[in-house]
Structure formats: C-alpha cells, structure tokens
Design a protein around this ligand. Structure first.
Ligand code: ASP
Length: 713
C-alpha cells in the first residue's frame, strides 16, 4: 500500500463487533482479523494478506473490467480467464486472422495486442464514509429524492477524494443498502494488452454444453499485461508506454493442490442478493428469470444462425452471444435451484420467525412492524408491471441500433447538466470509456441480425398489456404490415451502424439530434421520455427498498447476529474453503479433479468438443513435463472447491495456504448458480483451472516458454 494514502481501518459491516461470521461469505478485507482463518487452515497472518502502508498479498490482485486477475511478474503480466479476455480476443479477430480459433501468443512486448476498453484496478485503500453519505438525507425526502441525494453525495465524495489523491480512481460502494458506504481508492490502469490466449477449443472447451457444469475440461485462462506512461502514471494506450510494475508479484505453485487442501480466493465478486426477502425471490422466480431465459435463448439462436455460414458475422456476434448464453444458462440453473432447494419456502419460514420476534416487543413492532409488507408491495408492483418493463428495456438492448441511438441521445441530454447531476456513464470521468464502448459496439453491428431482433421485440411487445399505452410505441405495434416488414422499413435507412455518422451525432445537442433524419434515432427520441420515466421509477424503487432493507438488516441483526452474511458488491473480498467433491443428487458422487484424460475422452472432433492438434500431439507423445498429478498420473485440468463465489470472481486467484497460485477460478457448478440467492456447503462448488494445466498448455503445448520464465519458472 502506498504510504501517501489515508487509511482508516473500519468494520465494513458497519455493526457492532458482536456480529458472528459464518463460513459462508465473501468477506470484505476489513474483516480479516475476525475470521480466525488460521484455525481453518490459512498459513498467512491477516497482515500478510492485507497490510495498509506495507506490501501484502492484496497488492498482487487486480480487477480486470468485471473480472479479477493476478500479477504474476514484475512486468505487469496478469493471469485471468480466457472468457475475461474474450472481448479483446474477439475485437482483434477477423476471418483472416482469427485469434479466437487459433489462439494468440505475443513473442515479445511489441507483439502484444491492445485490448480496447479494458481497465485494471488495484485496491489501494478504503475508508468508511457512511456518515458523509447519509447526511445528505432528510426525513421529508421522497424515495426518488433519497436515491438521487445518495447518488449525488457519493459522486461528490468521489470527485473530492480524487482531487486529494491525484492519479487514483475513487469509488464509493454501498456495502449495505441505506446503511454503510465505503470509499475505495484504486490505481486505475488504462493501457491493457493481450499477451497469450489459447485457442477457443482449449479456452472454452465444451462450450455452453459444459458451461456451469462439473466435470469440466476447460483451459479457461489467458495472459494480459498492464502498461503505464514512462513515468509510471496511468495512461491511455501509447506505443511509448512501459509495463506496469506491481508492488507484489503472486508466486506460482507449479505443484498445484490436492483433494481436501485448504484454498482461498481474493477477488471482486459482483453481486449477491442473500439479504433479500421471499417476495423478491418470488419476483425473480415468477417474472424476471423466466423472461431472461426466453429473451436470451431467442437472441442467442438468432445470432448463431446468422453466423453459421459466415465466420466474419460469427466473430462480430461472438462476445455478445457468449455473455447472453452465460446468463441464460445461469438463470435456468437458478430457476431450478430455487425450486429444488425450496429457497422461497425456507426464506418465508425464517421471515415468519423474524416477524414473531418483531411482534413480541412494542418498540420493535413500531420500528419494523410493516417492513416485510412494505418491501413486498414494491415487488408486487414490479411483478405486475414486469412483463412490459422487462420487454421495453430489452427492446433497446436486443436491438443494437436502438441501443446506440439511446446512448447518443442520452449523452446529449445529460451533457447539458452539471457534471455531478449527470447519469454516471456521462460524467467527465467516464464519458471517454462510454464513447469508446459505443464505437466498438457499432463496429460489431450486423444489420440483418439487428432487423430480426427489432422485429422479434416488437412482436413480443405487441402481446403485452401496457405496450399500447405509449402512443409512439402503439403506432409501430399496430401498423398492419408484418413485424419483419416494419423492422425492415425502420432499419433499412438507419446510419447508426456507421461510426462516422455516430461521431457526428455525438457532437450534437438534443435539439440538433431531433432534426437528424434517421428512423431508428427518431424512434428512440420519441420513446426517450418513457425510458426516462422508467429509469426514475427504478431509482424510486431502489430508494424505497434501500431504506426498507436498511431497517430489515437492523431487525435481522437484533434477531440473530449469527445469520449475518455480507452481500457482494464488486469490491475486494476473500473467501476460503477446501478442494472437495460433492453429491449433486442421490447416488452420484463427483470427485474434485478433472484430467487431460477426460479432455481426450470428450473429444469428438465436432463443436464444442474439438481438441487442437497441438494438444493431441503432446498427449500422444506423453510430453507432460513436471505437470502430472502424483496420484492421478495425468495432467490435472480443473479443480472443484467449496468456496463462496459469484460472477466477478472469474479470474480470481485460487491460493494454497501459503498464498501461492494453484489455480484460476472461472465458474461454478450448475447447482451452485443459486449461490447468488443462497449458499450451501452441500451444493455450492466453484471451479478453477488447475495451474498445472495452465503451465502445460502455455509452456509445453504452445511453447511460450518465455512466459514461464517471466513467471520465474
Ligand atoms: N463463469 C462465471 C461467470 O462469469 C463465474 C461465476 O459466476 O462463478 O459468470
């Protein structure tokens, strides 16, 4: 940790130290001292893990966009997942130079490929700012005012703190809705490059069939590198930049781990919702998740059809297809898990007990008596309006041209406001990334697919109550041509797939945009007030729920402190456990290590089980180097362990007790998709690629020995 940073150790949980922490959980690093990790098998002291002002393990971990990574060399080499680098690999691929299919190896720094719109963050410090944030609120505020006041105060604190901490990025995170806010200081690097990616046939072996499943035989890893300006400060890409020098380099343990060994992960888990109520779970189960499954499955199949006979089109759609497929299958797993583990019923039971506790005391009754009902009524409203709201939001996501138009117009509207009043993506500190992302998306646009998406969304909306309440939408929906014809006529003359046009539009103010003639842009501008209204409604609900959940957490803590588990919110967390198999169902026992033998057994030569010749050759030659599992007599490919992880833990280092790298986390089992709602030792398992497979593929199969040498091997 840099000594110049103010560091205040706080209890992120924001409550009395009487809170008892269970084994479940992704714990903020502020809790390290209270976890008693040495009793669980940890070989490092809390100070060796995290030590403000000194160098500790945490300094070797970074956030890579929405994933996690580890610095594995003095020269900023990062190991993360293949699926985390996927966007960079896809953007650099063409049908003639297909890095997705062939993989990529930079032989030296000069050959590394810039990864546009990738950023890397390293946590430098934190400070509790709850009081400052909450002082922006007054009793008389409406829910919407409350939400906006919190949002604005958080932004103010971020900007002020960035002035005091030159060169660092500051973000205020909500640890507990309506209760605890913590400011995080980050080193923020903007020149990130691709160094090594195995072919997709290794990096995503098994494709969607194997995604979220165990046993797994996927080499889901890649190497990237962070760069800075020659003086060491953060800078945009420039050929003159130099590799970043991390304060701590993560040591590799080439011998890997064994079953029942203690492991722990550091990382940036995205979001869990374990504090939410049964009414929320019902909304997820009955309304949101089924809609996501239907909408995404349809979009994926259309994108796949479009790319089936044209590799150029397939490459354009690859990133989006992959991320929708990931969420679609996860949502299916969650729907199944909600039913199978009777999660709603279990929640209802614990809420009934909480209610009894509240009702037995007049003070508690007064303070918390109507909480669950009030929270329930918000979800009731969301459930009733859900079908329309979800599809209306999806209209401008599924149809990419509408999404581009929305960003352009929204940016123009927001630009007219003071920086602090703007929606986050359009603030001065974020606008560059927003615009760059827009241009990258425009470059991947494919008109025929987008026309199908627009037609499909209009058709879906036409069947939903409420869609015709909006005059402009009703006109499009009640036109008497087919949906395909309507979509075609809107899409045929749009210029939103052309970055020169998009750039011109980005210079215009709202009035100027209103007079541009482009059918999709015009439609989006006419629908804009409705989108804005929906955004405000979302904020109002968030404000209301934030306040109610704040009180619920208080009531729960009074009732049973042992039950308390912090939710993930994309800030640095630790989780620990053991390499361990599980029984997903009666009479089935799954063991925790998969091997190269399994890759060979699964290989059919057809998608998604194609194994590259280089791998087959090394296998046939029994050229395994020192990477053979001593008991299994094979190169281990993936490992399973009972830690508590979620999306965002992709790329997280899997450490042995000494804090050495034994794997790279990339997934969970199908049963564990439900983790986001409820974790349970019997079914929650995370999956990582074994370091021995990483080293075998990199050093022996693809002969990138210079990378092994760079990692000190
Ligand atoms: N593969 C997962 C994801 O990126 C990681 C997880 O959620 O456990 O969504």
């Amino acid at each position: 940790m840099s000594p110049r940073l103010p560091m205040l150790i706080v209890c992120f949980l924001g409550f009395a130290t009487s809170v008892v922490l269970s084994d479940e959980g992704m714990f903020p690093i502020s809790e390290l001292g209270r976890l008693n990790l040495s009793a669980k098998g940890m070989g490092l002291t809390p100070a060796e893990l995290f030590n403000p002002g000194q160098v500790s393990l945490v300094d070797g971990i970074c956030r890579v966009n929405g994933c996690t990574g580890s610095f594995v060399s003095r020269n900023g080499l990062i190991i993360t997942n293949h699926h985390c680098a996927f966007d960079a690999i896809q953007k650099a691929s063409t049908s003639k130079n297909d890095l997705l299919t062939n993989g990529f190896i930079a032989k030296d720094f000069a050959e590394e490929v810039p990864a546009p719109n990738y950023t890397v963050r390293i946590t430098e410090g934190y400070k509790d700012v709850s009081e400052q944030v909450l002082s922006a609120l007054t009793e008389s505020m409406t829910a919407l005012e409350r939400n906006k006041a919190i949002e604005k105060r958080r932004k103010e604190i971020e900007l002020e703190s960035e002035k005091e901490n030159k060169g660092l990025r500051v973000e205020v995170a909500e640890m507990f809705a309506g209760k605890t806010y913590v400011l995080f200081l980050y080193t923020y690097l903007k020149d990130i490059r691709l160094v090594f990616a195995p072919p997709i046939a290794v990096g995503a072996f098994g494709g969607e069939a194997d995604n979220w499943e165990w046993p797994r035989h996927t080499g889901d890893f890649s190497f990237m590198r962070a760069y800075t300006a020659p003086d060491g400060t953060s800078a945009e890409y420039s050929p003159n930049n130099i590799p970043y020098h991390p304060k701590r380099v993560i040591k590799i343990a080439p011998q890997g781990v064994n079953e029942e060994d203690f492991v722990f992960l550091l990382g940036y888990p995205g979001r869990t919702v374990r504090q939410k109520t049964a009414s929320f779970l019902k909304f997820e189960q009955d309304v949101r998740l089924p809609a996501v499954v239907e909408l995404y499955a349809w979009q994926i199949s259309e994108m796949e059809k479009a790319g089936a006979s044209d590799r150029e089109v397939a490459i354009k759609h690859a990133s989006r297809t992959k991320s929708l497929a990931n969420v679609e299958k996860r949502s299916r797993g969650q729907l199944l898990g909600l039913k199978r583990a009777s999660i709603v019923a279990t929640k209802e039971k614990s809420e009934a007990e909480l209610t009894k506790f509240i009702q037995t005391d007049a003070g508690r009754r007064n303070a918390y008596g109507s909480l669950l009902k009030d929270i329930g009524s918000v979800y009731q409203d969301m459930s009733e309006k859900g079908p329309f709201e979800i599809h209306f939001r999806e209209l401008k996501l599924a149809c990419r041209a509408m999404s581009f138009a929305f960003t352009i117009y929204d940016a123009a509207v927001e630009r007219e406001k003071q920086d602090l009043e703007r929606e986050t993506p359009y603030m001065n500190r974020n606008i560059e990334l927003t615009v760059q992302q827009l241009k990258l998306d425009v470059a991947d646009w494919h008109k025929p697919t987008d026309t199908i998406m627009l037609a499909g969304m209009l058709e879906r909306l036409s069947k939903i109550n409420g869609s015709r309440d909006m005059e402009r939408l009703a006109i499009v929906l009640d036109d008497n041509r087919s949906f395909a014809e309507r979509a075609e006529s809107l899409m045929s003359s749009t210029r939103l797939g052309d970055n020169r046009f998009v750039e011109e539009c980005l210079k215009k103010n709202p009035a100027e945009l209103e007079s541009v003639s482009d059918p999709i842009l015009n439609l989006v501008i006419q629908l804009y007030p409705a989108y804005k209204k929906l955004r405000d409604l979302d904020k109002e609900r968030e404000g209301r729920l934030g306040q109610l959940y704040g009180s619920l957490v208080e009531a729960k803590q009074a009732f049973d402190p042992a039950q308390f588990v912090p939710d993930a919110n994309a800030t640095l967390r630790i989780t620990y456990g053991r390499v361990r198999g599980y029984s997903p169902s009666d009479a089935i026992q799954k063991t925790p290590v998969s091997t190269l033998q399994g890759v060979i057994e699964k290989t059919t030569g057809a998608e998604p089980y194609i194994t590259p010749k280089a791998v087959l050759d090394r296998y046939a030659a029994k050229d395994f180097g020192t990477f053979v599992h001593p008991k299994l007599g094979q190169v281990p490919v993936a490992i399973l362990y009972n830690t508590d992880t979620t999306g965002g833990n992709s790329g997280s280092p899997v450490f042995n007790a000494k804090g050495e790298l034994v794997g790279v986390n990339f997934d969970r089992t199908f049963e564990a998709t439900i983790n986001d709602f409820a974790w349970n030792e019997s079914y929650s398992r995370s999956i990582g690629v074994d370091i021995r497979y990483v080293l075998w593929i990199t050093g022996i199969v693809y002969e990138a020995k210079h990378l092994l040498a760079e990692m000190g091997l």
